[in-house]
Every structure is written in C-alpha cells, then in structure tokens.
Design a protein around this ligand. Structure first.
Ligand SMILES: [Zn+2]
Length: 202
C-alpha cells in the first residue's frame, strides 16, 4: 500500500513538474509568416509592449482544420478597403491544435474593431468562437500560457498584465475572448500558471 502511495506521489510530482516546464522560444515552434504565405506589411507605427491581451477570432472554426488559409484570408480582408490595416490584426494566433502562428511584428501596434487603444498590447488571438459555440482545448490553453511566459521574459512584462479584450472595452461592447476562454483569465488560471512557470524556471 505504502509503495503504491509512493509511486502515485512520484508520478504526480513528475507530471506537475513536466507541465510547469518553461519551453524556450524555439521550442514554441512558432509557425512563420512564410508558411501562411503572408503579404508584406505596410509601413507601421511601433510601440513599447506593456501588456498581453487575449482575443478569440470570433467565428466558428473547426479545431482539427488547418488555420493557415484562414489567417491569410483575415490578412487579405484586413488590408483591403474595409479596414485598410497594415497587416493581419494580431501579433500571434493559436489554432485548434494549439499551434502558435506568427502574425504581425509584436513591435507594431495591433488593430481592433472596438474602442480601446491597442498601443502597448501584444495581441494573442485564438482561432474560433469561444463564447457560445466552442470550448478551448487544453493544448490551446497551454500554448497561451507558454507563449505568454516567453513574452513576459522577452518584454519584461508582469503576468498580472495578461487580460482579455473585454477588460478594455465598455460593458457590452464585446464578448471577446468569449466566456468559455475568458473564464481562464477571470479565475486567474492563466496568470498564476505563467507565474509558477517563471518562478520555477527563470
Ligand atoms: Zn478581441
């Protein structure tokens, strides 16, 4: 019996230390813009990054599908006459399998359809609709955590600066990043996990 308890505890410690391991920037395996056939950006405004803001992309997208063409379509639409943005609106995108995809240069100010000023925000958008239609997968939450931890190191950010798009808007203006994703920010799962990873590894 004691041996079983010991084995259980060892496995538990092993599991929790694995999941709290900080991936390096290279280990994030960020899919570069060339893979989604990005157009070059137009001339842009630079900013100093002060905080991390989580979005969902807001339209249903099957989590097992490749999001690369979808991201290219977002860029084409965003740079077109409807919006006239300089590039795809987000700095990083996360697909249904948790892959991280390179968006616009993090040092450029992102874009929004709502009233907040995204200057100083690094924008991470999860592809899909997480308000009513989809639930985030563990792989997606883990990718947000690992990417955010790396961004905290790279840009000297406080994990408490990780918030959701709706936190910067007037009440009712947007549901982004969707209740099903926002709950991980509201209950501070994401912020506390980033803090733990940084404390244990850095
Ligand atoms: Zn948003």
């Amino acid at each position: 019996m004691l041996a079983k308890i010991f084995l259980f505890c060892t496995l538990l410690i092993l599991f929790s230390s694995c999941s709290s391991k900080l991936l390096t920037w290279n280990e994030l395996n960020i899919i570069p813009r060339t893979v989604w056939n990005a157009n070059p950006p137009r001339e842009y405004k630079i900013h100093t990054i002060e905080r991390i803001t989580i979005h969902h992309e807001g339209t249903f997208f099957h989590q097992d599908s490749s999001a690369l063409q979808h991201i290219k379509n977002i860029q084409t639409w965003g740079m077109g006459k409807d919006r006239n943005w300089i590039d795809v609106p987000y700095h990083f995108l996360i697909d249904g399998k948790g892959n991280i995809i390179e968006g616009r240069n993090p040092l450029t100010v992102g874009e929004t359809n709502t009233s907040y000023d995204p200057t100083g925000h690094v924008l991470i958008s999860v592809i899909g609709e997480y308000h009513k239609r989809q639930m985030p997968r563990d792989e997606q939450i883990n990718s947000i955590i690992q990417l955010a931890a790396n961004l905290c190191i790279r840009y000297n950010l406080n994990p408490d600066s990780i918030k959701g798009h709706r936190d910067y808007c007037k009440p009712g203006e947007t549901s982004c990043p969707g209740d099903n994703l926002y709950k991980y920010l509201q209950d501070r799962t994401i912020q506390e996990k980033v803090k733990t990873i940084l404390k244990n590894n850095y």
